[in-house]
Write a protein that binds this ligand. Structure first.
Ligand code: KG4
Ligand code: ZN
Length: 357
């Protein structure tokens, strides 16, 4: 069922990403070649506040985006005429930043007379493994773990996503970031917790595994974060042991919930992980073991494609061009940026899930 990702498609799509704290532009070809890309992180701007400040993010995107588009087009030696479409993240995310990227894409689309592709950022993450893995066909079981989302999805095709689980409180990336804050490791937290965990004992600190073993399919990480805070306040443990034990508890929750998804909605030929937390090596290792146990192909995008980037947005645009076929003229130029945009609109709202639904 479903075709593998790569073809001899020579179409070119420019992708723009500006939904959080990375400004990114990429030019990708239909055969999966990333022709050129640039990413500008806003880490330095947000670090003093310990998290992303939406107004600062929007202004930084507005300052950087146009020169970055010029750089990518210049590096590739490509003109607007050569493009087949212009794709931009149109949500979900911090709305000021999303508007900067989407409006820029609309202006380019209008000037070039090329289709606009309004891309769901989550769909960018969900399809990014097909950009990296030429043989990955539909369907696959996707663990989408980022700063704002923690979901298990059955990916049945482009635009066909069935949500099997989501978080009832914090996203996993958020739990990593909050743990980093509690341990005073700075921002962004995930990579810092992973580094410190290397020096610690994952069994040293008794931490809860929220919802582990539950017949409810969802995730919960708020209790884990509170337990980390209590462990720090107790003064009984080293920061490295706390980081390692937190990471171990989180990974056990992921595996337990995936086992339940496989038991209730499986089998699937492939297990795929995407989103910023997919950059975590302990998470990847545990998923690889799970996939091997169930005889599934395992695909994780390379680290640079896990965290926010524009190549995945351009790629989602290319997948959309293939899906829509001849005569497709793109999304309307009055497409409105969406702060919320679930991949599976039919999925039930979950208690406390907020914008993560
Ligand atoms: O996908 P992403 O770049 O942005 C969102 O769309 O949210 O994900 C960012 C999240 C942050 O919470 C960050 O701490 C987490 O991914 N992250 C990690 C690692 N690298 C990034 N979490 C754990 N281990 C990592 N190595
Ligand atoms: Zn993301």
């Amino acid at each position: 069922m479903g075709s593998a990702a790569h073809t001899s498609d020579r179409r070119l799509v420019l992708g723009i990403e500006s939904s959080c704290d990375e400004t990114a532009v990429a030019l990708v070809r239909g055969d999966g070649t990333i022709i050129a890309q640039v990413i500008a992180s806003q880490e330095a701007e947000h670090a003093p506040y310990g998290g992303v400040v939406p107004e600062i993010a929007a202004r930084a995107h507005a300052e950087r985006l146009a020169p970055m588009i010029a750089k990518v087009m210049g590096d590739a030696g490509t003109s607007l005429d050569d493009l087949d479409a212009i794709a931009a993240t149109a949500g979900p995310g911090l709305i000021g930043g999303v508007m900067v990227g989407l409006v820029s894409a609309k202006a380019l689309a209008m000037a070039a007379g090329k289709p606009l592709l309004a891309v769901n950022h989550l769909e960018g993450h969900a399809l990014s493994p097909r950009l990296a893995d030429a043989g990955l066909a539909f369907p696959y079981l996707l663990l989408l773990v980022s700063g704002g989302h923690c979901q298990i999805l059955a990916v049945e095709g482009v635009g066909q996503y069935r949500r099997l689980a989501t978080t009832i409180d914090d996203a996993l990336g958020e739990a990593f970031d909050k743990t980093a804050k509690i341990l005073r490791l700075g921002y962004p937290g995930g990579p810092a917790v992973e580094r410190l965990a290397l020096e610690g004992d994952p069994k040293a600190v008794p931490l809860p595994r929220p919802l582990k073993g539950s017949s409810e399919p969802h995730f919960s990480f708020a209790g884990l974060k509170s337990a980390v805070l209590r462990a720090v306040e107790s003064g009984a443990h080293t920061p490295a042991d706390i980081a390692a034990s937190f990471q171990q508890a989180a990974v056990e929750c992921l595996i337990d919930r995936l086992e339940l998804a496989l038991a209730t909605a499986g089998p699937f030929p492939a297990l795929v992980v995407a989103g910023g937390v997919a950059a975590n090596r302990t998470v990847r290792g545990a998923l690889e073991t799970l996939a091997a146990k169930h005889g599934m192909r395992f695909t994780a995008p390379p680290l640079a494609l896990c965290t926010d980037n524009a190549a995945m947005i351009a790629w989602a645009g290319l997948e959309r061009l293939v899906l829509e076929g001849e005569g497709f003229t793109g999304d309307p130029l009055d497409f409105v940026a969406r702060p919320r945009w679930p991949l599976d609109p039919a999925a039930e709202a979950v208690r406390g899930a907020g914008y993560k639904a």
